[in-house]
Design a protein around this ligand. Structure first.
Ligand code: AMP
Ligand code: ZN
Length: 112
């Protein structure tokens, strides 16, 4: 499949791994918007938040179980933001569900 993040999960495209288990993979964003900017993705291809269903939502729950572990590991005790962009109006550029973890500085309150 011609999906950038599936290729990252498969190791065909290099990435800087932050966390991995059987269901999810986390790596540093190549164009960081904050001192800490990590992407957490399901290994399974899900196109976006709009494609989450009763059948595949367990992996999304698992993403949110590992987010606090990753945040702690990266020293984000003072807080962080988790965001997912979905579809064209959501400014999603990679069509494989991913959750941005942003932190390491006070973030703006606005959401776009
Ligand atoms: P979004 O705009 O929400 O779809 O986010 C896609 C994110 O993927 C952007 O923040 C990009 O900087 C990031 N990105 C694109 N290609 C790579 C890559 N090869 N390795 C790491 N991050 C990437
Ligand atoms: Zn994919």
């Amino acid at each position: 499949m011609d999906c950038l993040f599936c290729n990252i999960v498969a190791g065909k495209i290099p990435s800087t791994k932050v966390y991995e288990d059987e269901l999810v993979y986390a790596f540093k964003d190549i164009n960081p918007q904050a001192p800490v900017h990590v992407l957490v993705i399901p290994k399974e291809h899900i196109a976006s938040a709009a494609a989450i269903t009763e059948e595949n939502s367990a992996v999304v729950a698992h993403v949110f179980e590992v987010v606090p572990k990753i945040a702690k590991e990266l020293g984000l005790e003072n807080g962080f933001r988790v965001v997912t962009n979905s579809g064209d109006d959501g400014a999603q550029t990679v069509k494989h569900l991913h959750f941005h973890i942003l932190g390491g500085r006070p973030l703006q309150g606005q959401m776009g």
